[in-house]
Design a binder for this molecule. Structure first.
Ligand code: SF4
Length: 707
């Protein structure tokens, strides 16, 4: 049978038995779940034993490129790593049983996603556990599991170098560093020397399987159903990007914007304008300006977007404008050697820096993105750019999530400030008598992060993120800024309550890259598919309903392998490209049903594991509110948002998908698990009417297309 756009098979590697088998996947699975974590959730849900130990051999780890990944479709070069997460969703179930973890996925760019496709498989899954360190080698048709003792202990750059020396420079590598080897629950998986699938603890799962690396080289080609239509639509889109990338006044204005930040803060201005010019502005900002995501470093820190001082601070007061300017995008751009982009991306928002002070033989490094600049900058009041660049490179080399690592450092700072941790707790080779981390100082940062990666001394308590650290360090729980186990990213929910909703209800909690009404659609996303009407209601319950629409849409983006920024750059011929590639005749309604199905399956995974949780720190929702700054007095109430979202998704009040919605979406294979499934109604079982007068259980808003 001919397949178009995909190969109709996956590779399943059993690390215990060393068996590698090709598994055919029926065509309708692709049409129902696409690729990426849609395919991943389908395979893992149906093949993983429920309630297994996420760090044990029964967990399944998938490397899943998007359905469009590897095709000429622009901005679709991403892949997702997925498995049961050892980091999130843990806790006591409402039936008294203990949940050992929930659904986990982490997304990465670069070139590795298309390389998986080149091997002729739509995804690679690992089961079991190797007795000793191993790596997977695919050299065209030859598939082998090889011993990796010689790689264990090496960082990502050294690992890649060794494997390329051994097998050739045509191979592409994804690997774990010391963080994954040491089973840190905030470890990620790194490809292209610095693109990291960072979140959900996927590097820990890989480490638990004794799997050091994937080393791949393939020459298989996907077939296109209608090459002419596919290429003409691609060409048209690229033409639009080229036009919007043409340098002019906007290109010149963007780097200058930082100068106006104090004024923007006083005027209460936010991140975006409601203007059809936004796709062009954002194209310029991410692309030609050469600033990429770091264009937000100063603005976000001053307007209440970046969490400051472990979420208890105020940007302009605790990390004033002059400090923020020391870590601005332009300061990083000074070191830029060349721009960098993922496969099939015309924007190229990344950059490779040349930095002589790096303590390694190689003097080039990936530029820290906004999230890392903020997590090791404004969040901990550090304005030392040199340290941010070095920490970024170190964490990339050792494969640790910089968001969770930065948040854990912020947690430590508050513990020290309150005398819970002291100088003697931080002894290491460099500081035999210890050191005392303090807000605004930078010397301690690298030594502390190194302790975490190596699990030395206090590092052992901190290596698994703030939730577990707070269980090991007395009286520190109020400083642990995580949602359901995962550290809050660098966007404050008090500024955007829809993000708070996402942080608490998405199957992977605390993710700015999961669906959020304002964050995803509010800036420029509504131009991406203008035929879809996104609604921005004022009342929280209706916003929750609207967010359900965005959540369905978001799963499509993930399943197809899009970069999440793609929605910012203007109209995309998505249906034309998808149908030309696959030969399908998918329309908007079917597309949204697919998105709904993927999100519901991920949610059902958590329901089956008893991993639906609503645990968000009081501070993160403004309880008590800040007394100064852009977030002064803000206390967000998530209950009506959650209720609206669950209603819009067809989930019960406790978050468990209803039998009706499972039937409607063709997820009947989940029905057998409904009886045992448990949710968490702790957050929304309070009286909604008394919480918010806008609450309306019978909303008038009925989404049109795509609802
Ligand atoms: S916009 Fe940036 S992150 Fe997205 S695909 Fe392009 S280079 Fe990668």
């Amino acid at each position: 049978m001919d397949f178009f756009g995909y190969f109709g098979k996956i590779l399943v590697v059993n690390l215990s038995t060393k068996e590698c088998k090709e598994v055919p996947i029926p065509e309708d699975v692709y049409r129902k779940f696409l690729g990426g974590y849609g395919l991943g959730a389908y395979y893992i849900y149906n093949n993983m034993e429920p309630n297994c130990d996420p760090m044990g051999p029964k967990n399944i780890l998938g490397f899943c490129p998007g359905l469009l990944t590897g095709s000429p479709a622009p901005l679709t070069g991403r892949y997702v790593v997925c498995a049961k997460s050892p980091l999130t969703g843990k806790g006591i179930r409402s039936n008294g049983n203990v949940s050992s973890g929930g659904w986990g996925n982490a997304n990465s760019g670069g070139t590795f996603g298309p390389v998986i496709k080149k091997t002729g498989f739509d995804a690679i899954f690992f089961e079991g556990k190797a007795d000793n360190p191993v790596y997977l080698l695919i050299d065209k048709k030859n598939i082998e599991i090889r011993e990796a003792n010689f790689l264990w202990g090496k960082d990502i750059i050294e690992t890649e170098k060794k494997l390329k020396e051994l097998h050739g420079s045509q191979f592409n590598i994804a690997a774990i560093g010391k963080a994954g080897e040491n089973l840190s629950l905030i470890a990620g998986i790194v490809n292209d020397k610095g693109r990291i699938a960072a979140r959900s603890g996927m590097g820990a799962v890989m480490g638990s399987k004794n799997l050091k690396a994937l080393c791949l080289y393939g020459t298989e080609k996907i077939k296109y159903y209608n090459k002419e239509i596919l290429l003409s639509n691609t060409k048209e889109y690229l033409k639009m990007i080229k036009k919007n990338s043409k340098k002019g006044l906007i290109t010149k204005m963007i780097p200058v914007l930082d100068r106006f930040v104090p004024l923007m803060r006083i005027m209460g201005m936010g991140m975006g304008l409601d203007s059809p010019l936004m796709p062009k502005i954002l194209t310029q900002m991410f692309g030609p300006s050469g600033l990429g995501t770091t264009s937000a470093n100063v603005l976000s820190s001053q307007i209440g977007d970046t969490p400051i001082k472990n979420l208890k601070g105020v940007g302009f007061k605790d990390f004033p404008y002059k400090n923020a300017m020391n870590i601005r995008g332009k300061a990083l751009r000074k070191h830029m050697k060349k721009k960098y982009g993922c496969f099939s991306c015309p924007i190229q928002c990344g950059a490779i820096l040349e930095y002589e002070d790096l303590p390694y033989e190689e003097k080039t490094t990936h530029r820290p993105e906004y999230e890392t600049s903020a997590a090791f900058g404004s969040l901990i009041l550090n304005d030392n750019l040199d340290v941010i660049i070095k920490v970024n490179e170190y964490l990339n080399r050792e494969g640790m999530d910089s968001i969770s690592a930065g948040m854990t450092v912020a947690f430590v700072l508050e513990c020290c400030e309150n005398g819970i941790l002291n100088k003697g707790d931080f002894k290491c080779e460099e500081y035999p008598d210890g050191f005392l981390p303090k807000w605004g100082e930078s010397d301690y940062i690298l030594p502390l992060v190194k302790l975490m990666v190596s699990r030395e001394g206090i590092g052992d308590k901190l290596a698994d993120g703030t939730k577990i650290a707070a269980e090991k360090i007395s009286n520190s729980k109020q400083f642990a800024m995580n949602v359901n186990g995962q550290e809050i990213p660098m966007h404050d929910a008090r500024m955007d309550p829809n993000l708070g909703l996402t942080y608490i209800t998405d199957p992977t909690p605390a993710r700015h890259t999961a669906a959020s009404l304002n964050f995803e659609m509010g800036i420029s996303g509504k131009y991406f598919m203008p035929e879809v009407k996104f609604i921005f209601p004022d009342a929280p319950y209706q916003q929750g309903l609207a967010q359900a629409i965005v959540a369905k849409f978001h799963q499509i983006i993930e399943g197809l392998g899009f970069c999440l920024f793609a929605v910012y750059f203007g109209k995309y011929p998505l249906l034309e490209i998808l149908n030309a590639l696959t030969g399908w005749d998918v329309d908007i309604d079917e597309l949204f049903s697919i998105g709904h199905r993927i999100q519901t399956l991920r949610q059902m995974f958590n329901a089956r594991e008893g991993a639906i949780r609503h645990e968000i720190p009081d501070r993160a929702v403004g309880n008590p509110p800040l007394s100064k700054g852009p977030l002064k007095g803000v206390k967000i109430v998530l209950e009506p948002l959650i209720a609206g979202y669950y209603n819009g998704m067809g989930f019960l009040n406790n978050g468990v998908p209803s039998e009706e919605i499972l039937n409607k979406l063709g997820l009947d294979f989940c029905l057998k698990d409904l009886k045992e499934a448990t949710g968490d109604s702790s957050y929304i079982n309070r009286s909604l009417e008394s919480i918010d007068e806008d609450y309306n259980p019978n909303p008038k808003i009925v989404p049109l297309k795509g609802g």
